[in-house]
Design a protein around this ligand. Structure first.
Ligand code: C5P
Length: 400
């Protein structure tokens, strides 16, 4: 998700440094190149070796090397950065940068930076509430510095109150929002469906499929990071709702149909990644079905939600998914036409790295004008970005 992005992670000396290690790992895992700059105080809590190992880059900590050499690394580091994050940001460092002091490699690099700056303050509540500290924070916000946290909770000194550094995942999300925000997606409403549906046979058993929901959740998460207003309608899955996404949980295909059609008129884009059960039992037994010699289940067809959206479609872009085991192109193109989709994302679920529960997918995108695009194996978040990019291109250059 962050491939090609250069992030400077500034680490100052507070107990929350241990959480900055996890933040560094999240950035690296998302594909970013991370350069860690530490203050002397930070090194009292965690050694540079830890950050060096996680970031796979040397750690920067000294303005003066030896007695005569003056490092000019700060200028180069600052120039290549797409984002500068300071986590934890102590009262001391915040106070220095608010007042234009550049007396170590971190504050000097920050002063040379022109990229967006994200600060994750961490300090004792009394320090946080100190009027001088508050004035510094206001001053920094006024010149465009971004903040995440601090949160309310238990502090290292045993006090309760505001001052805890935000959790690594929350800082990561705030950083992704700054890096990925795209004016195209601001104010756009995206509706995503994800996961399987469950069709009850009796109070205990149900029919379902192998969908994990990972693909749809990735689309919803990435769309929100790009700046869209996202509603996710999800079948039963084992995933946390993505941050900043309005998530509605449903169980059956009929419930998904009702929720999707209620939201449809107000949305700009629909991405239907859900694996909706095509059939449900004609009758649901009120009591548990007892063992017998033979059991015949009569199944009736569920409504095809996407086909219905195709019928109702006005300005919306419709994106379908086709999980196939054979004749990928033929099946995908048939659905594209029958359901009146703008594009369809097809994958062969039997291919290694493209299955339901995997974290990766191998996709092909088919368009109405016969065009198609093939992609290598990617993480589901990368796939989500490609699908949303395809939607953006289509909105900018519509095809008949
Ligand atoms: O026809 P098939 O199920 O293969 O089509 C897949 C696409 O149609 C997916 O985008 C899926 O979310 C959607 N679909 C639907 N309602 C159904 C069945 C599939 O919206 N009942």
């Amino acid at each position: 998700m962050l491939a090609g992005q250069h992030i400077i992670l500034g680490v100052t000396g507070g107990i929350a440094v241990y959480k900055a290690v996890e933040l560094c790992r999240l950035f690296v895992k998302a594909g970013a190149q991370v350069r860690v700059v530490m203050t002397e105080a930070a090194k009292q809590f965690v050694t540079p070796l830890t950050f060096q190992t996680i970031s796979k880059q040397p750690v920067y900590d000294r303005l003066f090397i030896g007695s005569e050499r003056f490092s000019v690394e700060h200028v180069g580091l600052a120039q290549e950065a797409d984002l500068f994050v300071i986590a934890p940001a102590t009262a001391n460092t915040l106070g220095k940068i608010a007042n234009g002091i550049a007396d170590n490699l971190l504050t000097t690099t920050l002063m040379a930076a022109k990229c967006p700056i994200l600060l994750a303050p961490a300090m004792n509540t009394n320090m946080y509430e100190n009027p001088l500290q508050q004035a510094n924070l206001k001053k920094l916000a006024a010149v465009g510095y971004h903040f995440v946290g601090p949160e309310q909770g238990e502090l290292a000194c045993g006090d309760q109150g505001r001052g805890r550094m935000s959790e690594p995942q929350a800082i990561f999300t705030a950083a992704c929002q700054l890096l990925l925000a795209d004016p195209f997606w601001q104010g756009k409403h995206v509706l995503v469906t994800a996961g399987p549906t469950r069709e009850a046979i009796d109070p205990i058993r149900f029919l379902t499929n192998r969908s994990s929901g990972k693909m749809g959740y990735a689309v919803a998460e990435v769309a929100a990071l790009l700046g869209a207003d996202v509603t996710l309608i999800s079948g039963p899955v084992d995933l946390m709702p993505p941050p900043g996404v309005k998530t509605i949980m449903v169980t059956t295909a009929q419930e998904m149909y009702d929720a999707v059609t209620a939201h449809f008129p107000a949305v700009d884009v629909v991405v239907k990644a859900a694996a909706v059960a095509d059939y449900r039992p004609l009758r649901q037994c009120k009591q548990k079905i007892k063992k017998g010699n033979e059991l015949n289940l009569v199944l009736v067809q569920n409504p095809d939600i996407l086909a219905e959206l195709g019928r109702q479609k006005q300005q919306q872009i419709l994106v379908g998914f086709a999980a196939e085991t054979d004749n990928l192109r033929e099946n995908a193109e048939k659905k594209l036409i029958q359901k009146k989709l703008d594009l369809i994302v097809a994958n062969n679920v039997l291919q290694e790295g493209a299955g339901f529960a995997a974290d990766t997918n191998i996709i092909q995108i088919f368009y109405r004008n016969g065009e198609e695009k093939q992609f290598p194996k990617m993480t589901k978040h990368q796939v989500a970005r490609e699908v949303l990019n395809a939607v953006k291109e289509l909105k900018n250059n519509p095809v008949s």
